[in-house]
Design a protein around this ligand. Structure first.
Ligand SMILES: O=C(O)CCC(=O)C(=O)O
Ligand SMILES: [Fe+2]
Length: 357
């Protein structure tokens, strides 16, 4: 008599623990309480935020939609994206590196535009201050990155995170989006910290936990919606990529963004146009011990990608990670099925915050 059961009862669905409805997190306190993220409002001086928005709108003219093979067809990302490296100031890390994306070698990346480099200094300060408040996971990077002084002169505390690369995304209108995913850990390593700056039209950032297999009958995942406004920073802290997926869903409506001044170079009587565009910049720390030259290659001779074992993550002392073939994303959907468990000692990774290896 299923017709007589209450529509949302566990019994009517046939399985699983009760589900909680999606929760919208509108304040920094709510974000910190419910997710492995923190939200920081009005992060940049307003003039810099608007100037950077205009810079990135201009830059985005050349950005591409990512394409890859999924099973037997090519799919195209419903938004545009690009990759930047910070001026190679230290160890030549970027000069020598061959960058790959979705299983294909990419052109040498562009350098941070001036306004992005300026913004990055504010963001590094906030990220380092936040990280110092949190306890660290054993597999996080355990040493000060090389030459912190050049970018953080007035920091009195040690620098534990540096943004040496950034990926940027542009979402136009209500329908451009990115589906649920976790960020590849190939070069940022386990328990990475990712700092995500939002500019322009506010969009919802959605998070959902991946419940480990052995907890599925005890609890179910909840969806969290975080509206990210112009000039806000969302930090995905260590463990976010191991435990949660994230996406930018399409929306029914958005509010146009009205910049506080017209584009640089416009005539004095021009008023600022309105935009339906959101720009996102995710600042990342490519770890020296996960330098592209150290990425294992699969039998297709393409660098593997590194992913956590999200579903069985509590089976060992530490989360397990896999190196897997990614060639199939480009090669007509055909990869070599190569995989191996990451072995930090055998691969010579570290130093780690937990002092392993
Ligand atoms: O646009 C965003 O806020 C998220 C972008 C993202 O998830 C990514 O670039 O990996
Ligand atoms: Fe992401």
């Amino acid at each position: 008599m299923s017709l007589l059961r209450p529509p949302n009862s566990a019994e009517s669905k046939g399985q699983g623990p009760p589900k909680s409805p999606p929760l919208t997190l509108t304040t920094p306190a709510m974000v910190a309480k419910n997710t492995p993220c923190t939200m920081h409002l009005s992060i940049l001086p307003p003039e810099l935020a608007t100037r950077l928005f205009y810079t990135m709108i201009e830059e985005s003219g050349t950005w591409q939609r990512n394409k890859w093979w999924l099973f037997d067809r090519v799919v195209e990302s419903p938004h545009r994206t690009s990759f930047y490296v910070r001026q190679a100031d230290d160890d030549g890390m970027h000069q020598a590196a061959q960058y790959w994306y979705n299983g294909r070698p990419t052109d040498p990346p562009k350098q941070f535009p001036a306004a992005m480099a300026e913004a990055c200094e504010y963001i590094e300060r906030v990220v380092n201050a936040e990280m110092r408040k949190r306890s660290r996971f054993a597999l996080e990077w355990g040493e000060e990155p090389a030459d912190p002084a050049s970018d953080a002169k007035d920091m009195t505390e040690p620098v534990i995170w540096r943004a040496n690369v950034a990926a940027s995304n542009r979402y136009e209108g209500t329908q451009e989006s990115v589906g649920f995913h976790t960020d590849q850990l190939t070069n940022i390593g386990p328990y990475a910290t990712i700092a995500s700056l939002s500019l322009g039209t506010a969009r919802v950032f959605r998070l959902r936990e991946v419940i480990p297999t052995d907890e599925r009958d005890k609890r179910s995942a909840r969806t969290y919606n975080i509206p990210l406004s112009h000039n806000s920073l969302c930090i995905m802290h260590a463990s976010c990529q191991e435990t949660f997926k994230h996406c930018i869903p399409p929306q029914r409506t958005i509010d146009p963004f009205h910049p506080s001044f017209p584009p640089p170079g416009s005539s004095p009587d021009t008023s600022a146009p309105a935009f339906n565009s959101r720009i996102n910049i995710t600042f990342r720390f490519y770890r020296p011990d996960f330098h592209p030259s150290t990425t294992p290659k699969c039998k297709c001779d393409v660098p593997c990608i590194l992913r956590p074992d999200m579903k069985n993550r509590y089976t060992g002392v530490e989360t397990k990670y896999w190196w897997t073939c990614y060639a199939g994303a480009q090669n007509d959907g055909k990869g070599c099925n190569f995989w191996k468990v990451m072995d930090v000692k055998a691969e010579g990774r570290g130093p780690f915050a937990g002092g392993i290896a």
